[in-house]
Design a protein around this ligand. Structure first.
Ligand code: TYM
Length: 321
């Protein structure tokens, strides 16, 4: 079984990326025959227009994966743009990608609703993502819930292409466990780099504290009983703490006499308990950026071998050989 996943370097990664994607991708290493994990820098160009910021975020995602325990012996770990074959496959898949289907993509509609320009890159984002997945003949794709529709589009494109041109692509399955919820941001929307509502994974203790202390709450007084599910602090805490600890906080909130300041301090404590080992490993790796670059280059060389095989089959199927 081959597992593949990708993360965009569209800024510093956040708690949602860790809990929704990185953690389970790293856990899955042990169960796979091989893994392809990559940094989706072509995708990030849909939102990042500062070249220096893109370079920095790309290395940042590499550090995050490695600090989280990615095993470079087991995982082909690379930068998406080091395998440009994926762009040609995107074009070949575009032949069967219907505009009306892409117009329905939630993430596209969502970006437009947040005031982004409807560019061609944003629109064809799911086709590039399908090319990532199909190029490496992936079986299983661990992602957060927000990517479910992109996986459905990937499967649709594979089926349509295979029907039209012969069996070229393997149909992938998503791996989106129910236990891995979408982590809300400090304002209650989905935690996302584009909404400015994130709790960072790396960054100083001060920045983490500022983000947590800035979580938006209502103005209920300390004494008032509070509904945990309506509460941003609790909803984030639930994703970070153990189920027992989360149940304790829910009980305290319901009982009243437990203020938001105390709840935020408890969330900060749980954050550090969960992430300090990761944060220490990341800081140590940061001193060896050349090793990280070498690892990515070696991963890309391996990935390219696989990519060329699938691309050659797709080119043959459409008559481009
Ligand atoms: P990206 O970079 O937006 O997010 C990376 C991963 O983090 C998950 N995630 C979350 N999970 C829980 N709560 C949140 N608030 C949250 N925010 C993000 C995402 O579900 C994702 O798993 N399109 C992909 C990148 C990509 C990709 C691929 C993934 C490109 N090609 C091929 C898999 C396979 C994306 O936008 O991820």
């Amino acid at each position: 079984m081959r597992i593949l996943t990708g993360i965009q370097p569209s800024g510093r990664l956040h708690l949602g990326n860790y809990l929704g994607a990185i953690r389970q991708s790293v856990e899955l290493q042990a169960r796979a025959d091989d893994c392809y994990y990559f940094i989706a820098d072509y995708h990030a160009l849909t939102t990042v227009s500062d070249p220096a910021a893109l370079r920095e975020a790309t290395l940042g995602v590499a550090l995050d994966f490695l600090a989280a325990g990615l095993d470079p012996e087991k995982v082909v770990f690379f930068r998406q743009s080091d395998v440009p074959e994926v762009q040609e496959l995107t074009w070949l898949l575009s032949i069967v990608a219907s505009v009306s289907r892409l117009e329905l993509a939630h993430s596209y509609k969502d970006k437009l609703a947040h005031g982004k320009e409807a560019t061609h890159a944003l629109f064809s984002y799911p086709v590039l993502m399908a090319a990532d997945i199909l190029l490496y003949r992936s079986d299983l794709v661990p992602v957060g819930k927000d990517q479910k529709q992109h996986l459905e589009i990937t499967r649709d494109l594979a089926v349509k292409f295979n029907r039209k041109f012969g069996e070229v692509f393997k149909l992938p399955e998503g791996f989106i466990p129910d236990s891995v919820a979408t982590v809300p941001g400090t304002d209650g929307q989905k935690m996302s780099k584009s909404y400015n509502n994130t709790i960072p994974l790396s960054g100083s203790d001060k920045e983490v504290k500022k983000a947590i202390m800035g979580i938006v709450t209502d103005s209920a007084p300390v004494e008032a009983p509070k509904d945990p599910e309506q509460n941003n602090i609790y909803r984030i805490y639930k994703a970070v703490a153990t189920p027992e600890k989360a149940a304790e906080m829910a009980e305290r909130l319901r009982a009243g006499g437990y203020g938001y300041g105390d709840a935020k301090k408890e969330l900060l404590r749980a954050y550090h308990e969960l992430l300090d080992p990761f944060r220490e490993r990341r800081a140590a790796l940061e001193a060896h950026l050349d090793d990280v670059r070498d690892r990515l280059a070696a991963g890309a060389a391996k990935a390219r071998v696989e990519a060329r095989k699938t691309l050659a089959a797709a080119r043959r199927a459409v008559g481009l050989d």
